[in-house]
Design a protein around this ligand. Structure first.
Ligand SMILES: Nc1ncnc2c1ncn2[C@@H]1O[C@H](COP(=O)(O)OP(=O)(O)OP(=O)(O)O)[C@@H](O)[C@H]1O
Length: 251
């Protein structure tokens, strides 16, 4: 059986700075993997290359065995993506965004309408009916982005910080949707800075540090008997930085 996602030797430099430095990662089918790492570690760059939004300098990304660059139609039909800093058609309403995306994917209009109704309802995007995306809050943009990623019922979801700026009620809804997606046989890769959330939701973890995989595997394997936060700090050697103080703030 093919892996849901298989990354081999992914590399990307921006100018002289190497953002991703040889990432190898396998996401088994049915896995819910949390990708964690410090700011600038290379998570977004890795995920963008994994889904075919950014061309790597070297390496491959296979989605259920389909190369995202050599066989983009097959690969992209299987993935739903919530990219970082989502570029959206700003002058459309939330419903129009879903209709546009659904029709672009070749879905029948009746199916697009029915799923859009359900997604807007479940994600409580009531205002989305009439409000243009340009007027959305950050959290609403995340939610309509997630709805877009789910619309065509993909087999793999790749979500860049899906809970960022989302209120607790909506976060609970999103967690339920994602758990249901995995229970139904789907696979998920999500990036997050919130270790508690990764521990709560994910069964696999990959820790990225300075463009490389510092640790990857089942949650229990990576935790190695400690909390994910403790293990993370240890792996990325961030303890000394975390302990630094601004002495001039003390009175
Ligand atoms: N388009 C770009 N041009 C130049 N440098 C970039 C570009 N995109 C990313 N970088 C650099 O690549 C490195 C990795 O960035 P990336 O956004 O992948 O990190 P990240 O782990 O997602 O960080 P964060 O947690 O802060 O979102 C950083 O040093 C960043 O400055």
């Amino acid at each position: 059986m093919h892996a849901a996602l298989s990354l081999t030797g992914l590399r990307k430099s921006f100018g002289t700075s190497r953002a991703v430095d040889g990432i190898d990662l396998v996401v088994p089918p049915g896995a819910f993997l949390g990708l964690v790492g410090q700011n600038g570690a290379g998570k977004t760059t890795t995920l963008s290359m994994a889904v075919g939004l950014l061309r790597p300098d070297a390496g491959r990304s296979l989605v259920f065995g389909h190369d995202v660059w050599a066989a983009p139609d097959e690969a992209k039909a299987l993935i739903g993506v919530l990219p970082d800093g989502l570029a959206m058609p700003e002058r459309l309403t939330g419903r129009e965004v879903l209709t546009y995306q659904g029709l672009l994917r070749g879905m029948p209009r009746s199916m697009v309408d029915q799923r859009a109704d359900e997604l807007l309802g479940v994600l409580e995007l009531d205002r989305a009916e009439k409000t243009l995306v340009i007027e959305y809050s950050t959290g609403m943009r995340k939610k309509i982005g997630l709805a877009t990623a789910l619309l065509h019922a993909p087999r793999l979801l790749v979500l860049d910080e899906p809970f960022e700026a989302v209120d607790p009620v909506s976060a609970a809804t999103i967690k339920t949707i994602l758990r249901g997606f995995v229970a139904g046989g789907g696979s998920i890769v999500l990036s997050s800075h919130v270790m508690a959330l990764v521990e709560q939701l994910c069964d696999h973890v990959a820790v990225i540090d300075r463009g490389k995989v510092a640790a990857a595997g089942s949650l229990a394997h990576v935790q190695d008997g400690r909390s994910l936060e403790e293990r993370f700090v240890e792996l990325v050697e961030g303890e000394s930085a975390a302990a630094k103080e601004l002495t001039w703030l003390s009175r």
